[in-house]
Design a binder for this molecule. Structure first.
Ligand code: GAR
Length: 202
């Protein structure tokens, strides 16, 4: 039985596209059961439609409070039978209300080598700091912001003339490999978490 994942997005959806492409090419053996977007105009929704994936739009402004917003996202994922939640460019912070129901079942892609440069504009933070290497991190989500156990990371060089945009572009190429790879490891039952550490069975 192929495992089912739900993908939560906010915008462009290039990481969603990478997941879709890996599945289509037979490199990732899961089904995307639903895409949930917190923006009705997100380009990611067009990508989902093109791939024939059901989608749900849950906008914060249409909800009474954060709990209702998270309850609606939770319902969309459960109704679709999702077993893993993938945050692929989802630009909101989920609270314990949601996260406690999906313990060790939410993964996020972050465009920095955590624990450096958490939060927004990670690539700009890296350029401003003057680091010589940057990259991306796929991690399980806990109740902190970008603090959960790390599954894998990929590294890129930072060039002297990099801008936030050029660095983001270089990191994105690695994101498109890292996220499907982490999902594949999960789908193969090869990830185990002990404390802060994720162990990958060979
Ligand atoms: C990606 O770079 C992702 O790592 C980042 O947003 C971009 C979404 O691109 N996520 C975060 O910064 C989360 N804090 P995409 O919509 O094309 O996948």
């Amino acid at each position: 039985m192929r495992k089912k994942i739900g993908v939560i997005v906010s915008g462009r959806g290039s990481n969603l596209q990478s997941i879709i492409d890996h599945i289509a090419e037979g490199k990732l053996d899961v089904d995307v059961a639903v895409v949930v977007s917190d923006h009705k105009d997100a380009f990611a929704l067009e990508r989902a439609a093109k791939a024939g994936i059901p989608a749900a739009v849950v906008e914060r402004k249409g909800c009474r409070d954060k709990e209702e917003f998270e309850d609606k996202i939770d319902a969309a994922l459960r109704n679709a039978g999702a077993e893993l939640v993938v945050l692929a460019g989802f630009m909101r912070i989920l609270t314990g209300h949601f996260i406690s129901r999906w313990e060790h079942k939410i993964v996020n892609i972050h465009p920095a080598l955590l624990p450096s440069f958490k939060g927004l504009d990670a690539q700009g933070q890296a350029v401003d700091y003057g680091v010589k290497v940057a990259g991306c991190t796929v991690h399980f989500v806990d109740e902190g912001t970008d603090t959960g156990p790390i599954i894998l990371q990929k590294v890129v060089p930072v060039m002297d003339d990099d801008t936030e945009e050029t660095l983001a572009e270089r990191i994105l190429v690695e994101e498109h490999k890292a996220l499907p790879e982490a999902i594949r490891l999960w789908s193969e039952g090869r990830l185990s978490i002990k404390g802060r550490k994720v162990y990958i069975a060979r």
